[in-house]
Design a protein around this ligand. Structure first.
Ligand code: ZN
Length: 152
């Protein structure tokens, strides 16, 4: 495993649409393992492949001590609305208030190509949606209704 560099806002890679994974091979395993090591090294709730410069529809979410490895995730249903604050490893220096659905159902594949469905609510849903936005070149800063400057 190897830690990878996290790309920051301003780099055009973060604005590109990622391509679906078609082959579930060792290269995919390596990418997911490297992303996990990177997330653990820097701390955070999730990381998407474009943040490490790979334009593939892969992201990881770590929530309540459980790691979710999402390949080709899609949003099946969403309902409700809630506003909460979020930040991003690619957007240092500030956080923002963003409106997102309260509840979602998503479908994704794991690293072995096995499909899964997951229901999520509240902040758990928010983390999935934030990471999935990265796969379409969207950052929370595009959606925020209020900017919150970090105090060091
Ligand atoms: Zn992010």
């Amino acid at each position: 495993m190897a830690k990878r560099n996290i790309i920051k806002m301003g780099d055009p890679i973060l604005r590109k649409t990622s391509k679906p994974v078609e082959v579930f091979d060792g290269k995919l395993y390596q990418l997911i393992d490297d992303m996990t090591e990177t997330l653990h090294a820097v701390g955070g709730l999730g990381l998407a492949a474009p943040q490490v410069g790979i334009l593939k529809r892969v992201c990881i979410v770590e929530y309540d001590d459980k790691l979710y490895e999402l390949v080709n995730p899609v949003l099946l249903r969403s309902s409700g609305k809630c506003v909460d604050n979020e930040g991003c490893l690619s957007v240092p220096g500030f956080r923002g208030l963003v409106e997102r659905p309260q509840e979602i159902d998503i479908r994704y594949y794991d690293r072995n190509g096995v499909p899964h469905e997951q229901h999520a609510e509240g902040y758990f849903a928010r983390v999935f949606l934030h990471e999935m936005d990265h796969l379409d070149g969207i950052l929370f800063a595009d959606k925020m209704i209020k900017k919150i400057i970090d105090r060091d």
